[in-house]
Design a protein around this ligand. Structure first.
Ligand code: EPZ
Length: 429
């Protein structure tokens, strides 16, 4: 299994291009199931999760093509075509779905277009139980009949297809919002989704659906209204830049010091995190080409944070922010409100000498001036990258084991950091 070896202590200086967002690319790819015409996605990141979803879509009969690069596009994400001319299989099997939770979301488009779907339950994962009750509630509201059979959700639409409904989610869910939004585009009549997630990735998908002919209003708000249409057509859509990658590199620069331009980053997609970073003493400025991050030399101030659905502070940056707070000049408190078990990185950060205690959802971080390199390993994607950025700032050598998590969600991580002065390499084997 590959590992990352890094020697900490170097400042980060230079430019880092921000890749297309994993969490937008995945539902955009799934949206291709809604039409028999090709959906072209531009700026798709090269990630293990994208590859895994390609396998799942191919199993349903989607033809996938990766376009060659054009002059001037060097270093950009992939341009890919997803063509679901004919859906040959409405089952998403356990061995494919169990590897990635987002693959469960195919249930919405399959049910809307083919009026039936049989999708394996995704199961729990390292960050919590992550149930699917909100998805099933929403689909039932659209008229679907749902059975659980041998670990599969078996869903059937009424005769003539799904029917629009007023759905009020009791809790904000990104995945359930994506799924019901996609399903409602082909339902008969009007669907209103109240308490919808309003993450930028939802907006990216909603705008893609509109480009495909869907009728959606309220995009970017807590209430989405969808007027069902008979069919959707093809479109060409850009994947938005990855706000979690942006925040991760911003925190890395805040930790190591230096001056980094995050090219293509969109500050409005992570304003809550940038406001918090500014309070830690990090200088941030929006430039025509992206976001500039610069540590102003006054040390890192402790700041309390609570994770919340967008526009709040993202749970996907909680681990990285905790790494930053381990070096603050005082004590900070972090409250994780989205997932019940997203503190797997705490024990690993302690290996660098960090002083963190956890009581339920609340973590108390007592900042230290200097971390020391260590052998570490993590059990999820964002936790893994928090260990990389801690290692960049720590004194001496760090080895991060089990880095396949990183490959799921960070494109060319070592290369991007290495070009900015980090001493980082991948050790194969
Ligand atoms: C998405 O996951 C992201 N994944 C996650 O990113 C992200 O952490 C999360 O949203 C929150 O922002 C993708 O976009 C592919 P949720 P999702 O449904 O949709 C509970 C990463 O590292 N819930 O918004 O699965 C759930 O347990 C990943 O890139 C129910 O109770 O998250 C959680 O407590 C990790 N019932 C809360 O809602 C349900 O039916 C929010 O989860 C569904 C969810």
């Amino acid at each position: 299994m590959d590992r990352i070896r890094l020697i900490g202590g170097n400042e980060l200086n230079g430019e880092i291009p921000i890749s297309g967002a994993k969490n937008a690319a995945l539902p955009l790819m799934i949206a291709s199931l809604l039409s028999d015409e090709p959906l072209v996605l531009q700026n798709v990141p090269r990630l293990a999760d994208v590859k895994q979803l390609e396998r799942i879509l191919e199993n349903h009969g989607v033809d996938i093509a990766v376009h060659g690069r054009r002059r001037g596009e060097e270093g950009e994400g992939q341009r890919m075509t997803f063509h679901a001319a004919d859906i040959v299989d409405t089952t998403a099997p356990y061995d494919l779905v169990s590897k990635m939770r987002a693959s469960f979301w195919v249930i919405g488009p399959l049910l809307a277009r083919c009026h039936e779907a049989r999708v394996s339950l995704p199961g729990g994962c390292a960050i919590g139980t992550r149930p699917v009750d909100l998805f099933l509630f929403g689909l039932k509201e659209l008229g679907a009949e749902i059975d659980i059979d041998e670990g599969y959700v078996v869903a059937k639409a009424p005769k003539g297809g799904l029917v629009g409904a007023h759905i009020k989610f009791p809790k904000v869910s990104v995945g359930a919002t994506h799924t019901i939004l996609m399903a409602a585009t082909l339902a008969r009549g009007t669907t209103v989704i109240d308490n919808a997630a309003q993450e930028p990735e939802i907006t990216n998908v909603a705008e893609c659906l509109v480009a495909m002919g869907a009728k959606i209003t309220g995009i970017g708000t807590r209430t989405l209204t969808i007027e069902g249409v008979e069919r959707l057509h093809g479109a060409t859509v850009d994947v938005i830049p990855d706000r979690i990658e942006t925040g991760t590199f911003a925190m890395a620069a805040a930790m190591t010091g230096g001056n980094v331009l995050l090219k293509g980053a969109r500050a409005e997609h992570l304003q809550a995190a940038l406001d918090i970073l500014a309070r830690t003493g990090t200088a941030l400025s929006v430039e025509p080409e992206g976001l500039r991050v610069h540590r102003n030399g006054n040390g890192i101030q402790p700041v309390d944070v609570e994770t919340d659905p967008f526009p709040g502070f993202p749970t996907d940056l909680q681990a990285q922010f905790m790494a930053l707070m381990t070096m603050a000049s005082g004590t900070s408190q972090i409250r994780e409100t989205i997932f019940e078990n997203r503190y797997m990185h705490v024990a690993e950060l302690a290996r660098f000498g960090a002083d963190i205690s956890v009581d339920g959802q609340l973590a108390t971080v007592r900042g230290k001036a200097q971390l020391k390199g260590a052998q570490v390993m993590a059990t999820d994607l964002r936790a893994s990258v928090s260990l990389v950025i801690a290692g960049l700032a720590a004194r001496g050598e760090t080895i991060v084991n089990r880095i396949y998590h990183l490959d799921r969600g960070f494109e060319r991580l070592e290369d991007k950091l290495g070009r900015c002065g980090a001493e980082i390499e991948r050790i194969a084997g």
